[in-house]
Design a protein around this ligand. Structure first.
Ligand code: G
Ligand code: G
Ligand code: MN
Ligand code: NA
Length: 252
């Protein structure tokens, strides 16, 4: 049985679950958001990481359905935490390039928002550069409509894609996420430190906020704070957690 066929069954059986990884305000050290990250709870093999199956989801088109479910579940969890008196932060959901090409994306976002409390800005989205390069006018149109719903848009894995800066400056987005491959190397290699500094400056020139991914050490955090990077995400602050454990983190 192929992985694609297995994944098709997994979608029907509802075997995907959401984990949540905290994002921290680097200035205050306080929780500033979370990213929803999908996991496959395989009946025999246990928990499977997205690097093993997201590429297959993308190739097969199943990512549209799974991505929609991740977003809906994120807002259901947000709602449950809110109703329990916790103060859930804004949750970022990854939107695959195929979802961007799918006509239902805007409706999916609206439905998810209505599940939560839209006025409290419960949702943001993360899109990789590859999701943004094709069909520029359509992409810009969708991004504008999404942002009118008070859903901020982040460019994920920034610096690793193939889009030109000339194109990026025209995109209606709110946040750049610096890819963790830069963060990992920045304290070892002056070239990478310079790159990170340049990305933060570029973002600020364009009036975008910056989130650094994959922060694992205090030293990395210190430099990113000096560069005035707004938010950080990484094992230093917390690993992706199941919903129940993330709720416990919200209680403290
Ligand atoms: O959770 P982990 O750190 O292993 O994520 C690995 C990769 O899988 C990341 O690139 C992440 O963006 C991607 N990913 C995780 N969850 C989702 C999801 O819900 N949708 C999409 N499209 N990609 C995801
Ligand atoms: O969407 P994106 O590709 O940015 O997804 C984040 C991925 O990075 C997830 O797979 C998550 O588990 C992983 N990740 C998050 N923080 C860290 C970290 O500090 N170190 C490493 N190695 N991976 C991380
Ligand atoms: Mn992401
Ligand atoms: Na990503």
């Amino acid at each position: 049985i192929s992985m694609e066929a297995e994944l098709r069954e997994a979608v029907e059986r509802g075997e995907f679950i959401n984990f949540y990884q905290p994002k921290i305000d680097l200035k205050t050290g306080k929780l500033a958001g979370a990213e929803a990250l999908v996991r496959w709870r395989h009946p025999q093999r246990g928990l499977i990481q997205p690097t093993e199956f997201v590429p297959v989801l993308e190739r097969s088109g199943l990512v549209t359905q799974v991505g929609r479910n991740v977003m809906q579940r994120a807002m259901e969890d947000w709602r449950a935490w809110h109703d329990a008196g916790l103060k859930p932060p804004q949750i970022a959901v990854n939107v695959a390039p195929a979802q961007f090409r799918c006509d239902s994306l805007f409706d999916d976002i609206e439905r998810a928002l209505n599940t939560a409390e839209a006025s409290l800005r419960p949702l943001s989205i993360e899109v990789t550069e590859s999701g943004l390069v094709a069909d520029q006018r359509r992409v810009v149109d969708i991004l504008n409509r999404v942002r009118e719903l008070d859903v901020p848009v982040a460019i994920d894995d920034f610096g690793t894609g193939y889009s030109s800066l000339a194109y990026l400056v025209t995109l209606p987005v709110d946040v750049l996420k610096i890819d963790r491959s830069f963060v990992v190397k920045m304290t070892q290699d002056a070239n990478y430190m310079g790159m990170v500094q340049t990305i933060v400056q570029l973002a600020h020139t364009l009036e975008l906020k910056v989130v650094a991914e994959g922060i694992e050490t205090e030293e990395e955090a210190k430099f990113l704070k000096l560069l005035r990077c707004e938010q950080g995400q990484g094992y230093l602050y917390g690993r992706p957690l199941p919903a129940e454990e993330f709720a416990r983190l919200l209680q403290h």
